[in-house]
Design a protein around this ligand. Structure first.
Ligand SMILES: [Zn+2]
Length: 454
């Protein structure tokens, strides 16, 4: 044990994927320098975490901060602050909602520059895979893209077209595999969704239930099957984002057994809300794939507990109120804003029956597995030598969530009024306090760009 800690967190219940143990954590130069039952020496700053849990800071591989170009939808500063408030230390921004979209190295460099200037959390960036940008993929790899995101249906963004046919996706995955890049897919079958949507529109449907009926589970399963097949064929590492159904997770688990290099992400909203929320709340609870019936939500929890889900990402996807308002539900922009409330509420619900086993599992899904899959150096678990990224959680502080406390550019979200027992007291990123007792710490440092290790 070295001397000269900058910070010691004393007597907290430290959560790792292996379990929960009471320990002191010594931090030096932004790294965890010692974890011990009792650290004898003092530090410049000491925090008594008795009665608190020290949880690995959330690593959120799926956000839409919309900057540059659509910062009025969210922005890197407000988005990253909301993440820190929700217990996160790192995000990976999706390539589509920025202008220009991140389809080449130059667009990547511009977004990186802005995020270095504005983000309070560490970050990485996705590149995009669209029809016609195969020759830019090597450049994206060279500047440190975490992977490539492709839409198997329309993305809703004109300059980010979907890869909606098998031949184009196969070619993209083949090239990605050669480059050692992972491909993440939004898995919904374009042709199926279109057919159902066209039929609904033809009979003049504008209501929420009709919209839900255009994206049944089969739309998701059909796309997942194709993506798995192509990943097996091309040997491309595949990550299926926002899997909404237990059947989708089962397909992924089967493919893993066949040796396909694939992981599955789900999102807090698929575990915390069902389609009734979309029907009741409307726009704040509209997303694609949509929220599912209650029975499927429960089975998705079973899939999580059974180890079928690899990672949980927020898919925080806001839009200005003007785009979330329409008498025609089909015309409302999809996307749930959940990065600040989603993670604490998820932990709260997972612990509803005081199931201690839920904590190590969530430490895996929210942090350790994310760092492993995306090859983030020194991140993802509270361990000696790793970045001192952790949050102090009070697991027994029941309060009602309100939209007023959201740091989003637009204070909308689907969780207002929900009771949450978990409160994020403080978020540390590389040993520095970024969020503390309800506000961003004054002088919080800027985040750091993280490229994947090779
Ligand atoms: Zn998304």
């Amino acid at each position: 044990m070295k001397s000269g800690f900058d910070l010691i967190i004393r007597s907290g219940s430290v959560v790792t994927p292996e379990g929960v143990m009471q320990a002191d954590i010594g931090v030096a130069d932004g790294r965890v320098d010692a974890i011990a039952r009792k650290i004898a020496e003092p530090a410049a700053q000491e925090i008594d975490a008795t009665d608190l849990h020290v949880f690995p800071a959330v690593l959120d591989a799926h956000v839409h901060f919309n900057e540059p170009g659509r910062a009025e939808w969210e922005g890197l500063a407000s988005g990253s602050a909301s993440l820190a408030a929700g217990g996160g230390a790192w995000f990976c921004d999706m390539p589509l909602n920025s202008t220009p979209p991140v389809l080449d190295a130059a667009a990547f460099a511009e977004k990186r520059r802005l995020a270095e200037e504005r983000s309070v959390t560490d970050f990485s960036l996705w590149g995009g895979l669209v029809p016609g940008n195969l020759d830019n993929l090597a450049g994206l790899r060279d500047v440190g893209a975490i992977g490539l995101k492709a839409f198997m249906c329309g993305s809703g963004i004109e300059d980010f077209p979907g890869v909606t046919d098998a031949a184009t996706l196969r070619a993209g995955m083949k090239r990605a595999a050669e480059l050692g890049l992972l491909v993440a897919v939004h898995a919904e079958d374009d042709a199926m969704a279109k057919k159902l949507t066209d039929a609904a529109r033809a009979r003049g449907a504008t209501d929420v239930r009709s919209w839900l009926a255009t994206r049944p589970v089969e739309v998701e399963l059909s796309a997942i099957k194709l993506a798995l097949e192509l990943a097996g064929e091309t040997k491309c590492a595949l990550h299926i984002v926002h899997v909404s159904s237990p059947e989708g997770i089962a397909l992924v688990s089967n493919a893993k057994r066949r040796g396909v290099n694939v992981t599955a992400e789900t999102c807090p909203h698929y575990l915390l809300l069902n389609e009734g929320a979309t029907i009741k709340q409307g726009a704040p609870a509209k997303c694609a794939p949509p929220l599912r019936p209650e029975a499927l939500r429960q089975k998705l929890w079973q899939a999580v507990r059974g180890g079928g889900v690899d990672t949980i990402g927020s898919d925080h996807s806001p839009a200005p109120p003007s785009m979330k308002t329409s008498a025609d539900f089909f015309a409302i922009w999809g996307g749930i804003s959940g990065i600040q409330h989603g993670f604490p509420l998820l932990i709260s619900e997972a612990m509803a029956n005081r199931e201690e086993a839920a904590l190590p599992l969530l430490a895996k899904l929210l942090a350790a597995n994310v760092a492993q899959r995306f090859r983030l150096p020194h991140k993802g678990r509270i361990a000696e030598g790793n970045d001192a990224d952790f949050v102090l959680l009070n697991l027994d502080d029941e309060h009602e969530l309100t939209n007023d406390e959201l740091l989003y550019r637009h204070r909308q979200g689907p969780y207002a009024g929900r009771k949450c027992r978990v409160r994020v007291r403080q978020t540390f990123i590389r040993g520095r306090s970024v969020w503390h007792e309800g506000s961003i710490a004054p002088g919080a440092p800027r985040g750091k760009f993280i490229g994947p290790t090779t």
